[in-house]
Design a protein around this ligand. Structure first.
Ligand code: HEC
Ligand code: HEC
Length: 175
């Protein structure tokens, strides 16, 4: 009888702790799960590519891949790690910018948009941020600074209504 009370308390304590932690996992699960799924999907393609490119990791990407324009001079290993960083920065899988049966293809409009983003991002760092006098240099921004794991960064104020006009021929096609 003397033992029953502490055991009962222990039981109540443990079970309420368990239901508490169950609640917190349930609340955070969908977001973490979605993120993990994206990461696993990217890892799947990356490990497939890494296997097929064994021994070529430190070769210049231009000499191994077919369609390197923006990342000229980087190694194969660097290009693959940049790919994963972009996926992470925009909260997407490789499919957001690629046909996974033909990595060199430019069919995905986000492939071309990315090249424009790289030009913008380089100029931002080189021509504007590095010239700011009131800040301790270097001041730099990357994809994650604006995208923060979103496809489109948040906009201040109202977004333009209705479909936006298509860019001139030659520009990256839009939806
Ligand atoms: C935000 C868009 C974006 C994402 C996400 C992305 N890529 Fe890329 N990828 C590009 C662009 C743009 C290039 C071309 C780079 C250049 O011009 O130098 C490229 C090039 C490549 C190439 C070289 C293709 C060739 O033959 O020239 C491979 C391989 C590749 N990506 C794999 C991946 C993998 C694997 C993932 C997912 C982990 C991924 N990419 C995610 C935009 C993306
Ligand atoms: C200074 C802020 C900024 C930086 C840095 C930036 N982006 Fe963007 N990005 C934007 C904005 C704003 C848009 C949305 C443009 C629009 O209104 O359609 C966008 C759109 C995109 C899109 C098209 C997405 C869609 O759903 O339409 C891609 C792909 C993209 N960015 C890739 C990148 C990559 C890769 C980098 C890093 C090399 C990068 N961005 C760096 C601001 C930025």
């Amino acid at each position: 009888m003397k033992l029953l009370l502490p055991v009962l308390f222990l039981f109540i304590g443990v079970s309420s702790f368990m239901s508490m932690s169950e609640q917190t996992t349930l609340q955070t699960a969908p977001k973490t799960l979605a993120k993990d799924t994206l990461m696993l999907d990217r890892e799947k393609y990356l490990s497939f590519l890494k296997d097929s490119l064994k021994g070529k990791e430190s070769m210049v990407a231009d000499s191994v891949f077919k369609n390197i324009k923006s990342l000229k001079g980087k190694s194969v290993e660097q290009v693959l790690s940049i790919m994963n960083n972009w996926g992470h920065a925009l909260g997407v899988t490789c499919k957001f910018c690629h046909e996974t049966t033909n990595w060199a293809s430019e069919k995905s409009r986000n492939h071309l948009r990315t090249r424009e983003m790289i030009v913008m991002n380089d100029r931002l760092n080189r021509d504007l941020l590095s010239q700011m006098k009131g800040f301790r240099q270097p001041v730099t921004m990357g994809c994650i600074s604006c995208h923060n794991e979103m496809k489109e960064p948040p906009h201040d104020g109202p977004r333009p209504q209705g479909p936006r006009p298509r860019p001139e021929a030659g520009g990256a096609p839009r939806n």
